[in-house]
Design a protein around this ligand. Structure first.
Ligand SMILES: [Zn+2]
Length: 270
């Protein structure tokens, strides 16, 4: 209810409202009426004309961070935001082709291409708020791996998992989780296979990996629920599934937290 009431009756002291979970690996939606600038951890976050913005916390985010609201009259307000620790699981994965765990020199070149394409796709700063519509699960299926899990592949300790894995049969349609513009489609990359990146504005992106095929191209505008490709097993996988990732302002977080972004039960004031 808080979101709704505050939106109807903006308070005199312009309280800052946040919706979501202030915890490692999560995204929050903020509402700061009258703000002209939002700084979190000294990075600037984009604002909608009505004062909505997004904040995301990395997997290993510190327990307390400074949030600064610069109001349109020039006043600067600093808030201390406490970020709860999240307990990450351990994902012990066996049966991955060994060349995908210890890449050859030739594969390193492919990995560089993948990293640079992804970096470019995630660098845009589109001043649109397509994300305000909210998000849906892109595929129906069992969640087989959460964001942030410490991964052990064929006995070797690897980087933590950067998305949510959803197991589904090869060929299952994959839907756009929200409205946005396609920044990357295809690639047949070493790790993520055929990949799609959707730009939802305000430097928020969702990522869809290991696809069998894609049916969109960079620059296309897609609507929430539109089919963008099919579940596959391209890249580093043990079987068909969708790897669903999310990034805000260069920070990776769990895409599952996007699903309750517009739920007013998760709102609180600072
Ligand atoms: Zn994954």
């Amino acid at each position: 209810m808080t979101c709704f009431l505050t939106a109807l009756f903006p308070t005199e002291n312009k309280a800052l409202e946040l919706c979501g979970k202030a915890a490692q690996g999560e995204i929050l939606k903020g509402y700061a009426p009258g703000a002209q600038k939002i700084l979190f951890d000294d990075r600037e976050y984009m604002l909608t004309p009505s004062g909505n913005f997004l904040l995301a916390f990395g997997r290993d985010e510190a327990a307390s961070k400074k949030l600064t609201v610069v109001e349109s009259n020039g006043n600067i307000k600093d808030y201390s935001l406490n970020i709860a620790a999240t307990k990450w699981d351990i994902q012990d994965i066996k049966g991955i082709p060994q060349k995908k765990v210890t890449p050859s020199a030739a594969d390193q070149k492919e990995i560089s291409r993948e990293r640079s394409d992804l970096k470019k796709a995630l660098a845009k700063g589109l001043n649109k708020n397509y994300w305000e519509k909210g998000f849906i699960m892109p595929v129906k299926g069992r969640i087989s791996g959460h964001f942030g899990g410490q991964r052990i592949m064929n006995g070797k300790k690897m980087n933590p998992h950067q998305g949510t894995d959803i197991a589904a049969p090869e060929g299952t349609p994959v839907k756009a989780a929200s409205n946005g513009i396609i920044r990357l489609s295809g690639g047949n990359y070493f790790y993520s296979g055929n990949t799609i990146v959707i730009d939802h504005g305000h430097r928020l992106f969702t990522i869809y990996a290991h696809l069998k095929e894609t049916s969109v191209k960079p620059g296309d505008y897609v609507k929430q629920g539109q089919i963008i490709g099919k579940v596959g097993k391209t890249g580093r996988v043990t079987g068909p599934h969708l790897h669903w990732g999310a990034s805000l302002n260069g920070i990776r977080f769990t895409p599952e937290s996007l699903l309750h972004m517009n739920n007013a039960d998760f709102c609180f004031n600072l």
